[in-house]
Ligand binder design. Structure first.
Ligand code: 5AD
Length: 352
């Protein structure tokens, strides 16, 4: 098999592709150009030039977890912690809906202060704005997931972080990849659109680990996949490690697009942070979603999961306009729709 034939194999028989074959593409940079080209072709064929906007509110930076890479981990005592009130969250959501975003994403650290009823009330009231609602608030109970789904939540983002069990243990010492998988299964069972995803460039992560990430997102049939480079935060145990690479992250995005032609894949803020052109390049390599940050500017600098996040000091209007510019410059079109996954059925013939 010539090396380029691997792309046709992924498109036609994804279930037959091995971890080694995916790792093989990741390690060979002579394949980058054809990979990016075919990922863009697949994206255009299945999704056209549309880019969905998901306005994000980072409503609390309290977190009970202690992930080694994350700036808002519980043992980082330098973080100035905040919680937004229900009214502040609702006002921000209204602003998002008025600014052309069809989805409101509620993101926080794992913060049990917001109990099941509070989140249900917030979801219920945001749904009246005629937008899709995505929760990204970490691992909770099945009962809570169910209550929120019934309150109208449409989607749940919970990155799997890394599908390499050993590495998962290293960066989440108190946790286990199998627990994460069980939570993702619960969400799927409740008929949420479910988002997984990984960090690229964690210490000790190799191409085989990343290949496992890509196959995991395919096997789980993720509706959304968030992929971003590791950015060391100085106040964490991994603060002196190397950041993840732009090129490797783009390759993981492009390969994910080949495995999941109709999934929603964001051009992540972390990519825009390590390189000013990161998000445009991601759109050209298979990504089709952007998540503008609408956290009130007063709180925004405190949600520092990694340092120097883009859009930290811009006003909401500047942030919105710069993102629309970015999308148009890359050759795409920002759309206001709620942007659900438009599934192409397994048994319908693939067009590439
Ligand atoms: N670098 C890159 N991504 C990070 N995340 C957390 N900390 C970092 C970091 N230092 C990612 C995790 C999490 C998402 C919200 O942010 O993947 O799921």
């Amino acid at each position: 098999m010539s090396k380029k034939d691997i792309f046709q194999k992924i498109l036609k028989k994804p279930a037959s592709v091995s971890v080694e074959e995916v790792a093989w593409v990741l390690e060979d940079d002579s394949l980058n150009e054809p990979l990016f080209e075919i990922a863009d072709e697949v994206r255009n064929l299945y999704l056209g030039k549309d880019v969905y906007l998901r306005g994000i509110i980072e409503f609390s930076n309290y977190c009970r977890n202690d992930c080694l890479y994350c700036g808002i981990r519980s043992s980082n005592s330098k973080v100035s912690r905040y919680r937004m009130s229900v009214d502040e969250i609702l006002n921000t959501a209204k602003f998002i809906a008025e600014n052309g975003c069809g989805t409101v994403v509620l993101q926080s650290g794992e913060d049990p202060f917001y109990n099941d009823e509070m989140i249900a009330e917030i979801v219920h009231r945001i749904k009246k704005l005629d937008v899709a609602v995505t929760l990204s608030i970490g691992e909770r109970s099945f009962k809570e997931y169910k209550t929120w789904r019934e309150a109208g939540a449409d989607r749940y983002l919970m990155r799997h972080e890394t599908a390499d069990e050993e590495l998962y243990k290293q960066v989440h010492p108190a946790d286990d990849f199998n627990i994460r998988k069980r939570h993702l299964e619960m969400l799927k069972q409740l008929d949420y659109e479910v988002g997984t995803g990984c960090i690229v460039g964690l210490p000790h992560q190799d191409d085989l680990s990343l290949a496992k990430d890509i196959l995991f997102t395919y096997e789980f049939d993720s509706d959304m996949v968030g992929i971003g480079p590791f950015i060391p935060h100085p106040d964490t145990p991994l603060g002196k490690e190397k950041p993840g690479s732009l090129m490797k992250t783009l390759k993981v995005i492009a390969l994910t697009r080949l495995f999941l032609p109709d999934s929603n894949i964001p051009a992540t803020t972390a990519l825009g942070t390590i390189d000013p052109r990161g998000r445009q390049l991601a759109l050209n390599c298979g990504a089709n979603v952007i998540m503008p940050n609408f956290t009130p500017v007063f709180y925004r600098p405190r949600f520092t999961i990694y340092p120097n996040k883009v859009c930290i000091f811009e006003s909401d209007a500047q942030c919105r306009d710069s993102i629309k510019d970015l999308i148009e410059t890359a050759g795409y079109k920002a759309v206001e729709s709620q942007g659900f996954r438009r599934r192409v059925h397994e048994n319908s013939s693939r067009r590439i």
